[in-house]
Structures are given as structure tokens and as C-alpha cells.
Design a protein around this ligand. Structure first.
Ligand code: PMP
Length: 412
């Protein structure tokens, strides 16, 4: 396997050292193959919002497995999860299931291009929308970690149709739209960025994007692969009260199975085959075991909305505790947090776009990361990734985390 892994960030390339091999997990505790325990702030990069091996989710998955692992034909569970998604996400009237966040975003922009009959898209520097060619232009996540913002293999022809703006810069977007307005099919963004650490949108930023899109007949695509079902049952679109035209999902929607989805306004989704001319398909799309895992996870979230308040409480407690530790510390450390997504940057600057995130000290982060790991706290192995808090985190685990971080900072 290249780098010994099946996805680059797992290799610890950003922080040095060898990746941990895990064998099992329960709630927010991970166990590695050597028997060590860690408190989990990665949550499989977001999906495990309920914690690992949730008994109700496992029971439903076991029952689905007994029926067969795949049919490649319609099943009831696909109808059930589609209904639930359209209930939970405010502006998703029709949805198509796929197998990953990459597929979801890639299909959403194909649809936007087909619907508008325009070719260009606007994306934001440091936002990551998966590894489809059109998105590997100044992408975040593993791409920024490895310092290859433009991957070899992406053709110039593809790259020229991806226009780049700074996250949180409405002026950049206005300039691009005034130069290329009639050619732009869609503006795609993470409404809360999670692939350059966690970066919230500035007040009014999403609203202004909505207005620009309306004025220039550009589709607004929210990539809610991280934020969907995490920040609220209806994701960031619900939290910020903005109606995107299309939305992409991943992570929580599959409860830890390989699932993505895209959806949106009826008249746009009507363009997807077989109803419409924009082709998109998948042998294993809507896989019954994966759908069951996602359906159970989403169902638990929908019927227990207090989970979101509890996640907010855990996040704000951790933020407050860490802020007071950082105030006593010699290096400037910034915390950004939105609900159960957060990140730290070793910098004095406000972190509100890719450049401010990239200016933070990587060597301090690396020392911090390995100190936490040795203390039994598993953080994302890169400063460009968001931490994900899970409902299963206990008060004891949160307190232990603060204690470990206190010790780590003392030695830095
Ligand atoms: N969009 C966002 C916002 C993501 O964070 C990711 C993955 N981290 C993707 C798309 C791609 O999803 P996947 O890795 O499932 O292809």
C-alpha cells in the first residue's frame, strides 16, 4: 500500500512517527493492537457521532447482514433513509445515495453543470471536497498537509474550470463573478470549514454568497460531508438559516459505513438519471447494510435531539478549560470551535482562512500531538483537520483530556 495506508492523512506524514493500528473501540475509547487505550477525538473523521459500536446500531446491522450483503436492486431501507434525510435536512427535497463524500461532491457539481449549462465552479482555498479532479486545486485536508495543492494527474483543462477564492472573502467571490459570472455553474463550500482545522464562516458570509448566487443564477452547493447531521439535525443549513440549492453528505449519513449522498431542490434533482439527462450510477449505491447503519444512526439523532445540546455543552466546556490553560502558556494558541467541531492553531493570528491556518507553527502542533498521544488522547494527526466530539464522551474522559493537555503544555 502506498505509505502503508489507504488514505494519506492516516500515515502520520504531517506529524511524523508511525501510525497506530487499531483493533477495536467502544464509545469514545479506542484500543490499539498492542492493547493501549486512547480517548477518541477523531471519531473516524466524523461519522462516529454516537460513539463506536453503539449497541442499537450494531444490532440493526447484524440483522441486515443476515438478509444478504447486497442486491443491486431496490430495497425498503433505501426508501426509509431517503425519507428520513428529506425530513431532517431543510432544503433537501430529493436525494441520491452514493458511496463516499467524494462521489457526492463530484456528482453534485456534474449536476450543477448539467442543469445550468455552464462549466466553471468557484471553490475556496483550503476547502476539501474529496479527491475528484475538479477539487484538487488548492484543496485542504491531506492535500495541504502533504504540500501538493495541485495534484499531478489533474489536467490543465480541468484546473481552468475551477476558480479559487479565499474562504470568508466575499470580495474575492464578487471579483470572480464579475469576470466570469455567465460561465459559473456553482459555488461550492464547506459552510463551516473543517479541512484547514475548523474555521467558521464570518457573520453574513453565507448570506452574501446566497445573494450573489441568486443575482447571477449560480447554484450554491453546501458540502455538508462534515457538518451534516453533526451541527444540528439539519446541519449547517439549519444552524445558519441559509438555503443552498444542492447539498452533499458523507460521514454520519453512513454511521461509519462507506456512504455519501447528494440532494437538493426537486427541479434540480429531476435532472439526475434516470429522470433526467445527467448520468450518475453505482453498483453498490444504497447498499442495504450501509443504509441500515446510516438509518439507525440518523434515527437515533432525530429522536434524541437533546444530543445536540449535550455536544455543544461538551464542546464549550472543553473550549473554556483549554482557553484558560492557553492563557497561562508562553505560546499563543487559538481555538476555533463550532458545536462539536474544533481545532487548535499555534498562532497569534485569528484563523479565518487557509493562509492564517497555514501560518501556524507546525512543529508546535507536532510536539503537542505526540504528547497527547503518549498521554492516551488520540487527536487528528494534522493541524489541518478538525477534532470531532462524540456523544459517548464522558465527563471523566473530558477531564482526563484537559489533564493530559495541561501536562503536555507544561513540557513544551
Ligand atoms: N467533503 C468534505 C467536507 C470532507 O471533509 C471530505 C472528507 N474528509 C470529503 C468531502 C470527501 O469525503 P470522502 O473521504 O468520503 O470521499
Amino acid at each position: 500500500m502506498p505509505g502503508g495506508v489507504n488514505s494519506p492523512v492516516r500515515s502520520f506524514g504531517a506529524v511524523g512517527g508511525d501510525p497506530i493500528f487499531f483493533s477495536r473501540a467502544r464509545g469514545s475509547v479506542l484500543y490499539d493492537v498492542d492493547g493501549n487505550e486512547y480517548i477518541d477525538y477523531v471519531a473516524s473523521w466524523g461519522p462516529m457521532i454516537l460513539g463506536h459500536a453503539h449497541p442499537e446500531v450494531l444490532e440493526a446491522v447484524h440483522a441486515a447482514l443476515n438478509q444478504s450483503t447486497s442486491f443491486g436492486a431496490p430495497t425498503e431501507v433505501e426508501v426509509e433513509i431517503a425519507s428520513l434525510i428529506t425530513e431532517m435536512a431543510p432544503k433537501v427535497e430529493k436525494v441520491r445515495m452514493v458511496n463516499s463524500g467524494t462521489e457526492a461532491c463530484m456528482s453534485a457539481i456534474r449536476l450543477a453543470r448539467g442543469y445550468t449549462q455552464r462549466n466553471k465552479i468557484i471553490k475556496f482555498k483550503g476547502c476539501y471536497h474529496g479527491h475528484a479532479d475538479s477539487f484538487l486545486i488548492q484543496a485542504g485536508s491531506g492535500a495541504s498537509t502533504l504540500g501538493v495543492p495541485d495534484s499531478p494527474g489533474v489536467t490543465e483543462g480541468t484546473a481552468k474550470d475551477t476558480l479559487i477564492a479565499d474562504f470568508n472573502s466575499i470580495n474575492d467571490v464578487k471579483n470572480l463573478v464579475s469576470s466570469f459570472g455567465g460561465e459559473v455553474a456553482a459555488i461550492i463550500l464547506e459552510p463551516v470549514a473543517g479541512n484547514m482545522g475548523c474555521i467558521p464562516p464570518r457573520d453574513g458570509f453565507l448570506k452574501e454568497l446566497r445573494a450573489i448566487c441568486d443575482e447571477s443564477e449560480i447554484l450554491l452547493i453546501f458540502d455538508e460531508v462534515m457538518t451534516g447531521f453533526r451541527l444540528a439535525p439539519g446541519g449547517a443549513q439549519q444552524v445558519y438559516g441559509i438555503e443552498p440549492d444542492l447539498v452533499s453528505f458523507g460521514k454520519i449519513i453512513g454511521g461509519g459505513m462507506p456512504v455519501g449522498a447528494y440532494g437538493g431542490r426537486q427541479e434540480i434533482m429531476q435532472y439526475v438519471s434516470p429522470d433526467g439527462p445527467v448520468y450518475q450510477a453505482g453498483t453498490l449505491s444504497g447498499n442495504p447494510v450501509a443504509m441500515t447503519c446510516g438509518l439507525k444512526t440518523l434515527g437515533i439523532l432525530q429522536s434524541n435531539p437533546e444530543i445536540y445540546q449535550k455536544l455543544e455543552d461538551k464542546g464549550s466546556w472543553l473550549e473554556n478549560e483549554l482557553t484558560s490553560l492557553f492563557n497561562d502558556h508562553a505560546f499563543p494558541i487559538r481555538i476555533n470551535r463550532v458545536g462539536s467541531m474544533m481545532s487548535l492553531h499555534f498562532t497569534e493570528q485569528e484563523v479565518m482562512d487557509y493562509d492564517s491556518a497555514a501560518s501556524a507553527s507546525k512543529s508546535h502542533f507536532n510536539t503537542f500531538f505526540h504528547g497527547c498521544l503518549n498521554g492516551g488522547v488520540y487527536l487528528p494527526p494534522s493541524p489541518f483537520e478538525s477534532w470531532f466530539l462524540s456523544h459517548s464522551l464522558t465527563e471523566d474522559q473530558l477531564s482526563k483530556t484537559v489533564e493530559v493537555i495541561k501536562q503536555v503544555l507544561r513540557k513544551m
